[in-house]
Design a protein around this ligand. Structure first.
Ligand code: NAD
Length: 375
């Protein structure tokens, strides 16, 4: 089975789908790996490292895509590349199926088996393949470093002969994978951390990291069977804003990570809340790419409000630590392939009655097979 790893085409994308260590392990399983020349350069994985791991380096992108049995990417393929793959081959990456109906249609038409990494089920068995989590974890870490760098103050308490500096106050809104890592990182840097999530079940996790859970009584909220948040009613949204405004006003850094799977992110920090915040405080909006949690945040721009609050809306924050982000994603892909690898036939078993494949395979055999997208 021949696997091709093309370079990512978006300028802001610094990651690569496979790193040399995973190449070596896949070659050990019996796969043939081809890597586009320079694919790992932005995350400091060099062509020579791939060659040493057993890959072949190629500059013929179009030819390799057409010949590959499987193409591994971070992002979705272009329309042209989606139709250039041969029938029966695999296309794996973050395909954004909720917003990419036309692309999904093209992949189906081409007879490609398309795997959407964001659809890997949130189950114990599939945890090792969960790219959404491995990347969110690093984004949460890097969000704190970005905020600390833009804040004109330090995070830890410092007692010196010249006087005492109080710890910075960090407020994390949304305590999923990214939020938990943001809390842990801010705590490690010495900040005093508050956190809020609409799912009350996370209170214990927040406390176990030494942070304070902000209690806002929203009535019935709940979560989906995959552990995702449900959307709040308009009344609940107003109650949430009122409860959080006070915490925002006393925070130096606010990090928002609130997402609603497959839908636009909720607008949480509005202009009124921003206007109550301290001059020089920093807000990082991790949901900027899916609609934004913060009013006025712009993708990959720093917006300064009239009262001097800096809003950082950085997309794909995990690209700030691209070497490790690639390492984690690459391990997710290795685990996926290894889990379904049939050593005898040297192919991947594609039985859609398997719970993991049923969750993440979107197209196969000429049609859209995922129940959520098949119309
Ligand atoms: P996510 O990225 O979808 O959302 C981030 C957080 O924002 C969530 O905790 C969500 O509850 C919260 N949120 C949504 N709307 C909000 C609002 N209006 N105000 C405040 N917070 C709001 O979440 P995620 O990081 O993908 O994690 C979702 C869940 O899945 C979590 O419970 C996580 O622990 C769980 N999970 C399980 C597994 C597994 O079992 N293998 C793997 C990863 C995540």
């Amino acid at each position: 089975m021949r696997v091709f790893v093309p370079s990512e085409t978006s300028e802001s994308e610094k990651r690569v789908a496979l790193i040399p260590e995973s190449v070596k392990r896949l070659v050990g399983l019996g796969l043939e790996i081809v890597v586009e020349s320079g694919a790992g350069a932005a995350s400091y994985y060099l062509d020579d490292d791939y060659t040493a791991a057993g890959a072949r380096i190629s500059s013929d992108r179009a030819g390799e895509i057409a010949a590959a049995d499987m193409v591994l990417r971070l992002s979705k393929p272009s329309m042209e590349e989606a139709t250039a793959q041969k029938s029966g081959s695999w296309s794996v990456g973050f395909l954004d199926p909720f917003n990419e109906g036309e692309l999904i249609g093209k992949l189906a038409e081409s007879g490609v088996t398309a795997v959407s990494m964001e659809m890997i089920p949130r189950t114990t068995l599939a945890q090792k393949m969960d790219g959404l989590s491995s990347q969110a974890n690093l984004a949460g870490y890097f969000a704190v470093l970005k905020a600390a760098e833009r804040l004109n103050r330090i995070l830890p308490m410092m007692m010196t002969p010249a006087g005492t500096i109080s710890p910075a106050r960090v407020f994390v809104i949304g305590v999923g994978v990214a939020g938990l890592q943001a809390i842990a990182t801010a705590k490690r840097l010495g900040a005093r951390v508050d956190a809020f999530d609409t799912r009350p079940v996370v209170e214990e996790q927040v406390k176990s990291l030494g942070a304070k859970f902000v209690k806002i009584d929203l009535g019935e909220v709940g979560q989906t069977d995959q552990g995702y948040a449900k959307e709040l009613t308009e009344e609940q949204k107003e109650m949430q804003k009122a409860g959080m405004a006070k915490v925002c006003a006393q925070s130096d850094i606010v990090i928002t990570t609130a997402k609603l799977f497959g839908r636009k992110a909720p607008m949480i920090v509005d202009e009124r809340m921003l206007s109550g915040m301290k001059h020089g405080s920093v807000v990082v909006d991790l949901a900027v790419e899916s609609g934004g949690n913060v009013e006025g945040s712009k993708l990959d721009e720093e917006v300064v409000t009239s009262n001097g609050v800096r809003i950082l809306g950085i997309g794909k924050l995990e690209c700030g630590v691209a070497a490790h982000a690639s390492q984690m994603y690459s391990a997710n892909l290795y685990n996926f392939i290894e889990h379904f690898w049939d050593a005898e036939s040297k192919t991947i078993k594609s039985d859609l009655s398997d719970e993991i494949l049923k969750g993440c395979v979107i197209t196969q055999g000429g049609s859209i097979v995922h129940e959520r997208f098949a119309k």
